[in-house]
Design a protein. Structure first.
Ligand code: GLA
Length: 525
């Protein structure tokens, strides 16, 4: 895809790449213009990096159809990726809508016969979240679809009607547009549409989005595309990792640097390289958006993408982005990622060919030099220690040692949430008042218990009440509809529930799901 690069950004990126060999983290840029309030503080979305799947890396534009997306959705569930936390899925630039003569977006029914709302319902019913794609300019990158320019409010309303939960907004064909103003307007339009969405800004680092985009959305691309569709590019992915790590100070809960979708499992990448890139993405608290063909995965690819111990580092609630501590050209030490239980992750990346042997000293990775610590290898799943002063590691070519280091022998996994469904559909056929119920169960695949969810009463219409039952690992939202006095028609509610840390009161996650009610005839009081 041809991109126009902002010259200033290219110079900064070039300088950043030159500085890769710098000895210390102190030379990194520090955030100066961080907005007072991150947008995620309002909707509590993406407080940990979003996880999901997008078609672009493997498929590009043309092969995308409803059939393909549905097959991928099934593969997400059966392969175990859903159970590892991957949730956002949908077409990218898949020629899925056009603009009608009235200015409104309409689904491409030839390629998506159920329409984009129908596809969203299928995805929600499977306990997954719906991702869509558009552009901030006049057209999308391939020019096959209309961009939002001049139609920001109408288009965000259409996305809300289709029930999207995540919208990636590209920056192609945006000549002459002010980037901050344009994305701010799109943010306003999303809020006006009334459906909270994860907003993924995609300007490839143009306009320095890490400085301002946290007030508008939840994640922003920091670099150019990680590959051309169909083929992984190891060297490019590594370059992107080293550019992205420098932006560590700008990341935090609800505001993520996005080094692009993953290439794990794509042609052109060895198993070791896939494991290494996955480790780097986890170390950088990057959104984990798989980009490979989920219908056709080797066991090693599945094992990499579903390694909960690695995912636990990515999904850690503190939301710190790890970064390079030192880099001697072939070997780099990555740290700076404290985790919620007091442990820390560290990573050694060897870009040479044979083997690197070195000692990681505890004071290089955030502990006291004299500490005695346990070390968990996140790929072999072995714990050793206690080690005094540091630990010796051996790393093969293009490989990593990805470690979690702790004062205790336990390595708890933070909450990884998986839903049985995100759509409750109820139908009242008679004229007599009745009570209908439908449930949504959220399972925590992490090892620590989750406090009870609290449903926001403001998100409930008078006909719906919600009680949360269970605790610890499984919590069920029992939705009860009282039909007395309801008129014939279709009703909809978007339920919001929040999970907060009991001691600090800090938000941990917000959950949104849809309740649809069809009332076939007027119901008596
Ligand atoms: C840009 C983005 C990619 C993809 C394509 C679609 O290149 O960076 O991730 O969305 O557009 O055309």
């Amino acid at each position: 895809m041809k991109k126009r690069w902002n010259l200033g950004f290219v110079i900064v990126l070039g300088m950043a790449l030159l500085l890769t060999a710098r000895p210390a983290w102190s030379q990194n840029a520090h955030p100066q213009n961080l907005p007072q309030k991150a947008h995620a503080e309002v909707d509590a979305l993406a407080l940990t990096p979003p996880m999901g799947w997008y078609p672009w890396n493997i498929f590009g534009e043309e092969p995308q159809t409803e059939k393909l997306i549905k097959e991928i959705v099934d593969a997400l569930v059966t392969s175990g990726l859903k159970d590892a936390g991957y949730a956002y899925v949908g077409p990218d630039e898949g020629i899925c809508f056009s603009r009608g003569p009235d200015g409104k977006l309409t689904s491409n029914l030839t390629r998506y016969p159920s329409g984009l709302r129908g596809l969203g319902d299928t995805i929600h019913k499977k306990g997954l979240k719906y991702a869509l794609y558009t552009d901030a300019g006049s057209k999308t990158c391939s020019t096959a679809m209309p961009g939002t320019k001049g139609y920001e409010f109408e288009d965000m309303r259409a996305f809300a009607e289709w029930r999207a939960d995540y919208i990636k907004i590209d920056w192609c064909n945006s000549e002459g547009q002010d980037i901050v103003k344009t994305y701010s307007l799109l943010g306003q339009a999303q809020r006006a549409a009334g459906r909270p969405v994860v907003h993924s800004l995609c300007s490839w680092g143009e306009g320095y989005p890490w400085q301002w985009a946290g007030a508008i959305g939840h994640m922003w691309r920091t670099t150019t595309d990680v590959c051309a569709p169909g083929q992984a590019d190891w060297a490019r992915a590594v370059r992107i990792a080293f550019a992205n790590e420098k932006l560590a100070p700008f990341a935090g809960p609800g505001r993520w640097n996005d080094p692009d979708m993953m290439v794990v499992g794509m042609p052109g990448l060895s198993e070791v390289q896939g494991r290494t890139l996955f480790s780097l993405w986890c170390m950088m608290a990057s959104p984990l958006i798989a980009g490979n063909d989920l219908r056709d995965m080797t066991k090693p690819t599945i094992d990499i993408l579903t390694n909960l111990e690695a995912i636990a580092v990515d999904q850690d609630p503190l939301g710190a982005q790890g970064h390079v501590v030192w880099n001697d050209g072939d070997v780099s030490l990555w740290a700076g990622k404290p985790l919620f239980d007091g442990s820390r992750s560290a990573l050694v990346f060897f870009q040479g060919r044979s083997k690197a042997r070195l000692r990681i000293a505890w004071d290089e990775v955030g502990f006291a030099a004299a500490d005695k610590l346990y070390v968990r290898n996140l790929w072999t799943h072995e714990t050793t220690g206690p080690h005094a002063g540091g630990v010796d590691v051996t790393v093969g070519g293009s490989d990593v040692a990805f470690l979690r280091i702790s004062k205790t022998k336990d390595f708890p996994i933070p909450p990884i949430l998986v839903a049985d469904t995100y759509l409750v559909s109820l139908r009242a056929a008679g004229s007599r008042p009745e009570k209908l119920t439908g449930t949504v169960t959220i399972t925590n695949k992490g090892s620590s218990d989750l406090p009870p969810w609290r449903v926001d009463p403001k998100s409930l219409p008078p006909w719906l009440s919600v009680a949360v039952t269970g605790g610890g690992k499984d919590q069920t939202f029992v939705n009860t509809v009282a039909t007395a006095g309801l008129k014939k028609g279709a009703y909809h509610a978007l339920v919001r529930a929040d999970n907060v840390e009991p001691v600090s009161g800090k938000p941990m996650s917000a959950l949104y799901y849809d309740v649809d009610l069809e009332v076939v005839r007027n119901v008596r009081r």
